[in-house]
Design a binder for this molecule. Structure first.
Ligand SMILES: Nc1ncnc2c1ncn2[C@@H]1O[C@H](COP(=O)(O)OP(=O)(O)OP(=O)(O)O)[C@@H](O)[C@H]1O
Length: 261
């Protein structure tokens, strides 16, 4: 078992005359090692709050987050976060950005060797000395993922990591992340607003509903394994089984959005 969330609730306190917000209500979720869990749901259903709980940026109002039997009480090197805005350091080049986390941990001697391994894995070889501001959005996001991986986290947490990319780059990045997931054996928790991305990438999907934020539906997914076993991505995404599930999940989310309107 990698991660266990037990009856976790988050209530944000009342602000400027508004009532408190029950952002998450009694979330139960077990994430096994090497799972690729994707969270999907209408805006405001608590996806980022859940990721922040796992990252340790936020403590639950009640309930527990356990990682390998130990209670999560704050951020730690066993979890790395990749955000949509990759939060790179613009004055440093690719290699320095990727090595940054390890150097911060005092692992200066090995930092560059490890960084170079992940630079190659993410297809950034040859760009080590490029300033990150000169790279495309897709390449910057790959630098962000390489940096997260260098610290060898048990769990990679990704909050809408591909949201800012154009459609073609986004599809390529999905495939790259799946290849890396397979080769590194990491456990992944990813938030996305794209139903197609969620179905394609995850081994497990949680569909969340708002007010209060909760897990309303859970699905086991076969599609990423089909891609990793050699079926072309577009063929996976165009299969009748994929399309049927995509429409089912869209119906669930649209119903939540309509209720909120
Ligand atoms: N710091 C905060 N203080 C008060 N309320 C908050 C805070 N952060 C989030 N919320 C509220 O908690 C609920 C869940 O927010 P959260 O950002 O986790 O949802 P989300 O599913 O990630 O949304 P989106 O898809 O729009 O990013 C929302 O109603 C939001 O307005």
């Amino acid at each position: 078992m990698a991660l266990e969330i037990r009856e976790a609730s988050v209530i944000y306190p009342a602000q400027s005359g508004r009532a408190p917000v029950e952002a998450l209500s009694k979330i139960d979720l077990t994430v096994e090692e090497h799972d690729f869990v994707v969270a999907l749901g209408a805006s405001g259903c608590g996806k980022s709050t859940l990721l922040n709980l796992i990252a340790g940026f936020l403590s639950p109002s009640s309930g527990k987050i356990m990682l390998d039997e130990a209670e999560v009480s704050g951020p730690g090197a066993d979890r790395s976060v990749v955000f949509q805005k990759h939060a790179l350091l613009p004055w440093l080049n690719v290699r320095e950005n990727v090595a940054f986390g390890l150097k911060l941990r005092g692992e200066g001697a090995t930092a560059y060797a490890v960084a170079d391994r992940f630079i190659a894995l993410l297809g950034l070889k040859g760009f080590e000395k490029s300033p990150v501001y000169a790279l495309s959005g897709g390449m910057q996001q790959r630098v962000g993922i390489a940096r997260a991986l260098t610290c060898d986290p048990k769990i990679l947490l990704m909050d809408e990591p591909l949201g800012a990319l154009d459609a073609l780059t986004r599809e390529r990045a999905q495939e790259l992340i799946l290849d890396i997931w397979k080769s590194t054996g990491k456990t992944v928790f990813l938030i996305t607003h794209s139903v197609e991305e969620a179905l394609f990438m995850g081994t497990r999907l949680i569909v969340m509903s708002p007010r209060p934020g909760r897990i309303a539906h859970r699905f086991d997914l076969p599609f990423s394994r089909r891609f990793l076993n050699g079926t072309p991505a577009r063929q996976v995404k165009a299969s009748p089984e994929f399309i049927e599930l995509r429409e089912e999940v869209l119906r669930i989310i649209f119903a939540d959005e309509e209720q909120a309107a």
